[in-house]
Design a protein around this ligand. Structure first.
Ligand SMILES: Nc1ncnc2c1ncn2[C@@H]1O[C@H](COP(=O)(O)OP(=O)(O)O)[C@@H](O)[C@H]1O
Ligand SMILES: [Mg+2]
Length: 447
């Protein structure tokens, strides 16, 4: 079993400052209509077990609409976010106006000015119950609303001069892409027969707040620190004028790091759910997550037996085996939004690519190579690398409560076999097509 030196995601503590670029470079935005899909057929090893397992979970093919005559272009009916972005246009290229990032964010928050920390919590009408997680930039708290519904608040200090957790605080400009990506991916849950998935965490609100940390939150921070040990600095030192961006999301359960599955069937279902979610976003937004370690996949129990995805008009149904997976954390992610490429430029980062000790760190190096260190470029192979990492975690670092069943053993074998061939694919789109809609392969082979 692999032993992690630290919580996945916490490696970033040691990284140099990162710059988020919200710019469009020539050729950076690939529009799906101009791409062709390379299908893998006979050369892809698939054992009977893998075939059977996937077809237990694949769509009822008879329900799938015919692919003939379908447009391959991005669907435009998904509701866009509330405020239009402000551009500057130079030589036909569009750039976000950095000095307008604050306005853009406030518009997305439905605010004119940052609001006081206490009033913001009052407005949200919920009780903050406990701290449940942390990252280099954020503190994450679980809250309960009067109707019993749970929400999660991720608080990210911005614009201040105080160094936090060894990092410079992000600016409005640097946080804007996370705000936009979070809302676009959350919106994929809106019913739409072209592209639809609810596997990206539901974004309920974004707020821009100002002030010292309220004593209650400091108390909860201390409580977490004494129980689990925090790698972050105490938020007690934030001054009155400290600004924060607060993401309110649905509670997605506990992260995959250290999760104990009942058996491999559950683990494989979680993997399949992540595959389909990535395939939908990859096709819809030229999305690459770029940081899909086990801290960024959440799992919770569900009574729902199935989960449904729409990918280019195909309905794909997955058996949940009692678990629902949710993808979070778009700090390093890339999408194309209204023709604008949003990404995090890691080209000058050094430490990120030198870390050792877990397969996770190799993935950053693989990404860098796949992208030729041009982080605006669309290279969906990066998503495939993260899936390969997740499979490795499911085979080597997962705990299973019941390893005795035949189902468990055959599924473990399937996971291993899939892991052996996964890197032959260049996008999650191809993986989804190959394993989840095999009947349509013949229609879509690259010619
Ligand atoms: N919606 C959520 N539901 C449950 N836990 C969450 C949620 N969002 C974040 N967390 C927990 O908080 C941790 C840090 O959040 P994340 O968004 O990944 O921040 P960072 O960008 O700092 O890594 C996650 O690894 C997870 O354990
Ligand atoms: Mg994270």
């Amino acid at each position: 079993m692999d032993k992690m030196d630290c919580k996945p995601g916490k490696w970033r503590k040691s990284m140099s400052q990162r710059r988020t670029s919200n710019s469009r470079r020539e050729g950076s935005c690939s529009i799906a209509g101009s791409r062709r899909i390379t299908m893998h057929s006979g050369d892809q090893p698939t054992s009977q077990a893998l075939h059977d397992l996937l077809h237990q979970t694949a769509a009822d093919e008879s329900l799938l609409p015919s692919r003939h005559g379908q447009s391959d272009s991005h669907d435009v009916s998904v509701q866009e976010f509330i405020a239009p972005l402000s551009w500057k246009t130079f030589a036909d290229h569009q750039y976000l106006c950095p000095n307008r990032s604050k306005d853009e964010i406030l518009a997305r928050c439905g605010q004119r000015e940052p609001i006081m920390f206490d009033s913001a919590l009052e407005n949200l009408r919920m009780t903050v119950e406990r701290k449940i997680g942390e990252g280099v930039y954020g503190e994450v708290f679980l809250c309960k609303k009067a109707n019993g519904e749970r929400s999660v608040l991720k608080l990210i200090p911005i614009e201040g001069s105080l160094t936090i957790n060894g990092e410079k605080q992000k600016t409005f400009e640097e946080i804007l892409s996370e705000v936009i990506i979070s809302s676009q991916l959350s919106n994929l849950r809106q019913r739409n027969v072209q592209f639809c998935t609810d596997a990206f965490v539901e974004l309920r609100s974004v707020s821009c707040i100002v002030g010292r940390y309220p004593p209650r939150l400091v108390e909860l921070w201390d409580e977490y620190n004494s129980k689990h040990g925090s790698e972050n600095d105490s938020p007690i030192d934030f001054p009155n004028e400290q600004l924060y961006i607060v993401f309110e999301t649905a509670f997605g359960g506990s992260d995959l790091d250290g999760f104990r599955f009942r058996n491999a069937l559950q683990a494989f279902s979680v993997f399949a759910q992540v595959v389909l979610a990535l395939a939908v976003a990859e096709k819809r937004y030229d999305f690459e997550h770029r940081d899909l370690h086990t801290g960024n996949v959440l799992i919770e129990s569900t009574g729902e037996k199935e989960r449904t995805y729409y990918l280019l008009g195909e309905e794909i149904v997955i058996q949940t085996h009692g678990l629902k997976a949710t993808i979070i954390d778009y700090t390093l992610s890339r999408i194309v939004y209204n023709g604008l490429c949003l990404f995090n430029d890691l080209s000058t980062d050094e430490e990120l690519f030198t870390a050792e000790g877990d397969y996770q760190f190799e993935i950053y190096r693989n990404m860098k190579t796949a992208l030729k260190n041009q982080w605006d470029v669309f290279a969906p192979k990066t998503n495939v690398y993260w899936l390969h990492y997740l499979l490795a975690k499911l085979t080597s670092a997962r705990n299973y409560r019941d390893k005795s069943s035949k189902g468990h053993r055959t599924t473990m074998q399937t996971i291993r076999e899939l892991s052996d061939v996964l890197l032959q694919f260049n996008s999650v789109q191809e993986i989804a097509r190959h394993y989840f809609a095999p009947e349509s392969n013949a229609d879509n082979k690259e010619n």
